[in-house]
Write a protein that binds this ligand. Sequence first.
Ligand code: SAM
Length: 285
Amino acid sequence: MELTNIGVIKELFERHGFSFTKSLGQNFLINPAVCPKIAELGGAKPGVCALEIGTGVGVLTKELAKRCDKVIAVEIDTSLKPILEETLADYDNVEIVFADVMETDLAALLAEKSGGLDTVVCANLPYYITSPVIMRVLESRLPISAMTVMVQKEAADRICAKPGTRDCGAISCAVSYYSEPKLLFKVGRGSFMPSPNVDSAVIRLNVKPAADIPAEEEKLLFRIIRAAFSQRRKQVANPISGELHLSKAELSALMEGCGIKPTARAEELTLKDFGKLTKAVIELK
Ligand code: SAM
């Protein structure tokens, strides 16, 4: 069954009485070149388990199932169930869990179902929760080597921006703490049904080995990063001192001790700078 053929999809939908739910970010891929590319570049191959988030009609699921030993997919919309039973009938290595990914214990899911295989995450993410899903996967410290996902082009640029450069934000810093992000390729809005009003891009996050940092220090680091970018046009000393209940003079002294200009803006700080500042705050207390 050709799941990128509009006629085939429409017939499936009519027969199963399915209609799109816009609020769930249901823009399904209809460009036949894209899913095989995501699967290949995402590391789908024999001996691997793929975790997919959001199956739609199973167009990417199928490409993953062809290449991997096992596919575990999480899909929120139960009205897709009868469609997926039909479209994925030929693949006995696919297990679909109907649940909200934001409420799913992904570590427990993989521990239970991946069979100990090397695992990768591959998905065309629902755009309304792109950053929360990425952070949920990374913060859960899943035993995965990479996460290859399609996101809105603007989100891809932000996520892949290097800390210390103009485009970076709290999400770029957080993502690069856990992984090495790379923009793989762009996908035009015409590749989807229905067509969204923005273009997309596929990015791959190569997951780094867990840093040997105490949980409390990690939590503080992210508090500082979030505070710094909460007022990104202002000097970081203002929002950070507010967040940490330190006087601006105290914080400026700490920043200078770390070799950071107290007048710097968030986008001028590298992840290393944020790390040094976090350590200095801990030592102060
Ligand atoms: N993979 C399919 C494709 O490429 O055509 C569908 C991608 S579509 C952009 C996003 C999918 O994620 C939809 O099937 C939607 O129902 C599902 N979804 C949305 N929110 C979700 C959530 N919170 N948890 C799990 N799946 C979700």
